[in-house]
Design a protein around this ligand. Structure first.
Ligand SMILES: Nc1ncnc2c1ncn2[C@@H]1O[C@H](COP(=O)(O)OP(=O)(O)O)[C@@H](O)[C@H]1O
Ligand SMILES: [Mg+2]
Length: 328
């Protein structure tokens, strides 16, 4: 019989806490077939040293613009946006997060100020301020920038209705950024990834994101009813593709808050894979307390607890995305 807490549950099998473990793992840093343990140790060092431990992963030849959307609330959009963004930055990519949710949760998690009056997504969308003037650099992670959302953005949904080209305001702002584009247009300073964190609705803000982006990242929570409502989202995507943005592609599905102990989670993940096939990332994100604690420290879990299973999974998910990106 077991006594005391079952550590392997919360750590998902990664036991990275002892110095001895880390020392053993450190020996195999250069091994691309590294064990999870070695990866964990590597990531702890990597997070502290800003990705200088290894050569950066190959950058895509042009900025990849991801829309992180799912009109359901609480499925992990914001958590996935900020952690994948930080993970990509830690892998040597230059990344911009655009907070498009008036709640400003992505801004909070990235430690970027978003009280009323701070230059924000609202100014870019409604007043046409250049995006470059409203972004700021992440205080925690190198190579990561963010455009914060203030509560003003709540009004934008209505204010935009009467504005010219109301559904393509964000596209104009993003493509007007000097660091967005191909190597030829934007040079070495270009962003490799732009991630847009959408609000939980299919209103004008989300529509702006769908018109601005090339790819969609849909987080799906591994729980009952996970696929419910997705039909509506995919219909919206089809509509956008037909009329407003032909290039939009649902490239990436991420299963979040996966609880390996339940059959339900496994069943949902399987259903998601049956439905979406290769679009689903191999890495699922486990449910982990550290992931949900990080924002209250103004951090992503990638710096708050780099060796935790949540951080390692997000790093792995970011790596999968970067590997696809390297061949684009
Ligand atoms: N892997 C995870 N483990 C534990 N809690 C999580 C995880 N992912 C997200 N959460 C928590 O679930 C809640 C909803 O996540 P969030 O990313 O804000 O969803 P959305 O942006 O889709 O509304 C938040 O409180 C967040 O901290
Ligand atoms: Mg959110």
């Amino acid at each position: 019989m077991q006594s005391g807490p079952d550590v392997s549950r919360e750590t998902g099998g990664f036991r990275v806490r002892t110095a001895a473990d880390i020392a053993v793992a450190a020996a195999s840093f250069d091994d691309d077939h590294a064990t999870p343990l070695a990866r964990a140790a590597e990531h702890i060092v990597l997070a502290r040293q800003g990705a200088r431990m290894r050569p950066p992963m190959t950058r895509p030849s042009k900025t990849r613009i991801f829309v992180v959307a799912n009109q359901k609330g609480g499925v992990g959009k914001t958590t996935s946006t900020v952690n994948i963004a930080a993970g990509l930055a830690q892998l040597g990519q230059r990344v911009l997060v655009i907070d498009l949710d008036p709640q400003g949760n992505a801004s909070t998690a990235l430690g970027v100020e978003h009280r009323r009056g701070v230059p924000s997504t609202y100014d870019a969308l409604v007043d046409g301020e250049p995006l470059v003037d409203v972004m700021s650099e992440s205080p925690e992670v190198a190579n990561l920038w963010a455009v914060p959302a203030t509560i003003d953005l709540a009004g934008a949904e209505i204010e935009l209705v009467s504005v010219v080209a109301r559904e393509s305001r964000l596209r104009k702002a993003v493509h007007g950024h000097p660091w967005v584009g191909t190597e030829a247009d934007a040079g070495e300073d270009r962003f490799d990834y732009v991630l847009i964190d959408c609000p939980p609705s299919l209103g004008l803000l989300t529509l702006n994101a769908l018109v601005a982006g090339d790819e969609m990242l849909i987080p799906i929570q591994a729980e009952y009813y996970a696929l419910e409502g997705l039909g509506q989202l995919l219909e919206t995507v089809d509509m956008v593709r037909a009329h407003l943005n032909q290039a939009l592609e649902v490239s990436t599905i991420l299963v979040t808050m996966f609880d390996a102990r339940t059959r339900l989670a496994a069943g949902v993940a399987e259903e998601v894979r049956d439905h979406f096939g290769d679009q689903v990332l191999k890495t699922s994100i486990p449910r982990s307390v550290r992931v949900s604690e990080a924002p209250s420290y103004g951090q992503t879990v990638m710096t708050y607890d780099p060796g935790s299973p949540g951080a390692l999974s997000y790093l792995e998910a970011a790596r999968e995305i970067a590997v696809q990106g390297a061949s684009r």
